[in-house]
Design a protein around this ligand. Structure first.
Ligand code: MRU
Length: 375
């Protein structure tokens, strides 16, 4: 698909890799299900298409989901404008807007960045509509609202990239030289650009650290073997993929000096939801006395949840486990259980790398302190 790059809406910093492009009329989403074999863009120009792109994991990764959902709100309002239903009553517009937010919010349950971004878009909508003096909204007024929603979505994207670059700066000095293991995909594909945990590794390499990158393949969706590997190949960074069950043996052999992962939601006390397998890695790291870092922007912290027990964990189709590339790999009657995330207790985490600073234990106190500081 040809994307006319001249007319793109984009933040000031562009990474070499982008999970999506945004033009006036649509989001062009790189279909991550097809990587690394094919680079195919899906044109999402309706609310339903944006919703399906998130739900079916064409786009994934907590920050990327947040940004795409914010742009999805803009696209949904644009859709309304194209239908030429204006003038429209404020009550009808409120109802439509609530449906848009609810639909996008129902796409995936664990990554809190989704709800955070939608709530920012909702605030813009409410501020604008509550200032209106009439009960009907004409085309011109809807255009002004669209302009404000577009600016906010772009700001969310821009902030995420800046946060990633900052986390790279702050996190890189923490990494020792030697083997660094990462899990899932936390790079440009999972964010607005540059990446969280992978951004820290990128930055450490850019500053000349001698690092050997180890990637967990990350069953069953293979975010590590397909996506992180694809990104690092594009960036010409050497790496080696290991099966998820190899990590312990590599640690025992002294091949891993630190682990750095991303997060989908971090509770008030530091308990962290991240891709399934993260908890096992944290236990192994603890046993082998290896630092275990979680890198995430402040939009991934959910201070309304007191502990990990309150975080909803997505359970996906058992087909993702029973099939590989459309081919069944288990006996016909076999069943599977497919939790997409797990919860790592805060006690197993050495520190959080955020754009506002590095957070060390005691987390309950320090998370609040660091997140509330001015930057
Ligand atoms: O199910 P996914 O692929 O959306 O899960 C992604 C992860 O768990 C990432 O590690 C997490 O979102 C951090 S991304 C910067």
């Amino acid at each position: 698909m040809r994307i006319e790059k001249a007319r793109l809406i984009k933040p000031n910093y562009s990474d070499k890799i982008s999970a999506f492009y945004w033009s006036e009329d649509a989001l062009y989403i790189l279909d991550q299900r097809k990587l690394p074999e094919r680079e195919i863009y899906f044109k999402a120009n309706t609310l339903t298409k944006v919703f399906r792109s998130i739900k079916d994991m064409l786009v994934r990764g907590a920050p990327a989901i947040g940004i795409v959902s914010a742009i999805g709100v803009y696209i949904a309002l644009k859709e309304l404008l194209k239908k030429k239903l204006q003038p429209i009553s404020k009550a009808k517009l409120d109802k439509y807007f609530t449906e848009v937010i609810n639909k996008l919010a129902s796409s995936r349950p664990t990554a809190v960045n989704l709800f955070w971004a939608l709530s920012r878009m909702q605030k813009i909508y409410e501020k604008f509509t509550s200032s209106l003096e009439t009960e009907t909204i004409d085309e011109k007024t809807l255009q002004v609202l669209l302009g404000k929603l577009k600016a906010e979505a772009l700001e969310i994207w821009q902030e995420d990239i800046l946060a990633n670059l900052r986390m790279g700066e702050l996190g890189a000095p923490l990494l020792p030289e030697g083997g660094i293991l990462t899990h899932c995909n936390t790079g440009a594909l999972a964010t607005g650009g540059y990446g969280t945990a992978l951004g820290v590794i990128r930055r450490a390499l850019e500053t000349g650290k001698k690092i050997e990158v180890w990637i967990d393949e990350t069953r069953p969706y293979l975010q590590g073997a397909r996506l992180t590997a694809w990104e690092l190949s594009k960036l010409k960074i050497p790496y080696r993929i290991i099966t998820d069950n190899s990590a312990g043996f590599l640690m025992q052999k002294g091949l891993i000096q630190a682990i750095v992962v991303g997060a989908d939601r971090i509770a008030q006390n530091g308990d962290t939801a991240n891709k399934i397998g993260t908890y096992s890695l944290a236990i192994l790291a603890n046993f082998h006395k290896i630092p275990f870092y979680v890198c995430a922007p402040s939009s991934t912290f959910d201070l309304s949840t007191t502990s990990g027990e309150e975080i909803p964990v997505e359970e996906r189709s058992e087909k993702e486990v029973l099939y590989c590339w459309g081919k069944r790999i288990a006996p016909t009657k076999a069943c599977a259980l497919n939790f997409s995330f797990d919860i790592t207790p805060a006690s197993l985490i050495s520190a959080f790398i955020t754009e506002r600073g590095i957070i060390y234990p005691p987390f309950r106190e320090n998370i609040k302190k660091v997140l509330e500081c001015e930057i």
